[in-house]
Design a protein around this ligand. Structure first.
Ligand SMILES: [Zn+2]
Length: 262
């Protein structure tokens, strides 16, 4: 289930954010996601989280959006996000959520992890993060004080290493955290395997349709562009092979198919 926290305009021009994208790449991207193309070469994007409801009603949440007014993302993202009311409309109570997977610790992905008073929003949930993501945080990152410490104090921080089945069992209906480094060192995606076609909740492996059309196109804020490129190519190839649907955070439609030729 896609949960739209917010929609907004990214600061800067799209060519400035994706410097090596060419005219043909932009043309293909515009066919895939026309709503991403704002006036004056701007990038229009959604900020989206996902919920996976399991038999019995418990819910896994993947990412928590840009957060409330005053959250760390408020310097550049269109806060406040709407995740609490979107969850309510979806019939999901906070204590239905027993697992939160954070794909990575950028400000637009952890914003509703805590409430404005600093208390965990999902007090019954373990919060699954790659250990390498936390280890790579800088002193000037907002994540340590805003999310990591509050979760640790509450006993809700669950660090993992590598590919881990978070729910279910491998080969059956399951949710698996899959390391997809590059955008950040400990970035992870989530493979939802329900027995039919799988869904890959990508996180920021691709942030714009131009990276779906042309996976070699780098995003300026990627931590390690070469690794990000390799990860993107591998994820898209695997999705094509296994007929996975991609569930992205920032395209203007939640679910897309990997396209050929990328
Ligand atoms: Zn993002």
């Amino acid at each position: 289930m896609a949960l739209l926290d917010a929609h907004g305009t990214f600061p800067g021009t799209r060519q400035g954010v994706f410097p090596d994208a060419g005219d043909a790449d932009w043309a293909r991207a515009e066919r895939l996601d026309p709503a991403a193309f704002g006036p004056d070469d701007t990038w229009e994007l959604d900020f989206r989280c996902y919920a996976v409801r399991r038999p019995g009603g418990r819910v896994t949440l993947v990412d928590t959006g840009i957060g409330p007014a005053g959250s760390p993302a408020s310097g550049w993202a269109p806060v406040p996000g709407h995740l609490p009311s979107v969850l309510r409309l979806a019939g999901i109570e906070r204590d239905d959520v027993d697992t939160v997977v954070l794909t990575h610790l950028h400000e637009d992905h952890f914003g509703w992890t805590v409430d404005p008073a600093g208390a965990p929003m999902f007090p019954d949930a373990r919060h699954v993060v790659q250990r390498s993501e936390i280890a790579a945080l800088d002193a000037d990152d907002s994540a340590p004080s805003y999310v990591v410490e509050p979760l640790r104090r509450a006993g809700l921080l669950h660090q993992i290493d590598g590919r881990v089945t978070v729910q279910g069992r491998p080969g059956g209906a399951s949710l698996t955290a899959v390391p997809t480094p590059g955008h950040t060192p400990g970035h992870q995606s989530v493979l939802v395997d329900g027995g039919r076609d799988g869904v890959v909740i990508t996180g920021d492996v691709l942030v714009h349709a131009v990276q779906l059309a042309a996976p070699d196109v780098a995003y300026r804020l990627e931590n390690d562009r070469a690794t990000a490129r390799r990860t993107r190519r591998a994820l898209l190839a695997e999705a094509r092979t296994h007929h996975h649907v991609l569930a992205t955070a920032h395209l203007n439609q939640p679910f897309v198919r990997p396209v050929l030729g990328g």
